[in-house]
Ligand binder design. Structure first.
Ligand code: FPP
Length: 237
């Protein structure tokens, strides 16, 4: 059976388990992250095949800064290499790159590479790849609230104008539809500060598969499960 994902406009993934994947093979953690990048590449391809227009990947959380400096810089190097290696592909398939999170906290060279890739793909319209980097949902909501408070302070807005729509307009995800499906790998059943506002009505799907082993089989299973679900948004069925 050919799987399609008609009502799935936005898939968001918490890519977890790279470290355990490496440990189980007696390899350094970086090898798990390297294999994780291959899973990222495969997933982008499969989303294109399934015609899922928006894909968000939780690549580096606000909390990940607390990891050993060596692991953080290895992840940053992998990210830069990913951008370089995937540039042609994103261009060929007209995929727009976006980022969410506190990008200004990233090392300058990573930030510059990202900004260049985002600018180069600005006009592309066949799909959007959103990388969550130095991202934490609570921090994002606080920044949006602060932005609105600043507007009030400068007389550009009135407190009565603050509502779900105006707050969401200040989130990093402004203009991107809310995720329909959130996947988390590696057997952990939690959201870990990922898209808390945006995933209010998202379907959640968990798998024991570690991120580097995530492939077509798992994604197809998740999409078919999503297709079977009946979304009611709090209304009666
Ligand atoms: C979780 O595994 C994964 C991460 C913290 C980072 C995800 C990063 C990548 C897949 C590579 C870089 C990304 C891109 C987009 C190029 P973990 O280390 O927490 O695994 P563990 O829970 O088993 O220790």
């Amino acid at each position: 059976m050919h799987t399609t994902a008609k009502s799935l406009r936005h898939l968001a993934i918490i890519m977890d388990g790279n470290g355990r994947w490496a440990e189980r093979r007696g390899l350094p953690r970086i090898e798990g992250h390297r294999a994780g990048v291959q899973a990222v590449r495969r997933t982008i391809e499969q989303c294109r095949e399934l015609e899922i227009p928006h894909l968000t990947l939780y690549a580096f959380s606000s909390e990940n800064w607390q990891r050993p400096a060596a692991e953080v810089s290895q992840l940053m190097r992998l990210l830069r290499r990913f951008l370089k290696e995937r540039k042609k592909d994103l261009h060929k398939h007209r995929i727009r790159l976006k980022t969410i999170g506190e990008i200004e906290r990233l090392p300058r060279e990573v930030r510059e590479d990202l900004q260049a890739a985002v600018a180069a793909s600005r006009e592309y319209d066949r799909g959007t790849l959103i990388l969550a980097l130095s991202y934490g949902s609570r921090n994002e909501i606080v920044r949006a609230a602060r932005q609105f408070a600043e507007k009030v302070k400068s007389g550009q807005a009135d407190p009565s104008e603050l509502n779900e729509e105006t707050l969401a307009a200040g989130l990093d995800t402004a203009g991107i539809p809310d995720p329909d499906l959130v996947i988390r790998t590696s057997g952990e059943i939690r959201l870990s500060n990922f898209l808390l506002w945006q995933a209010s009505y998202a379907e959640l799907w968990f798998t024991d598969t570690l991120w580097p082993d995530f492939g077509k089989r798992e994604l197809t299973e998740a999409v078919e499960d999503f297709n079977r679900r009946h979304r009611r948004y709090g209304k009666r069925g």
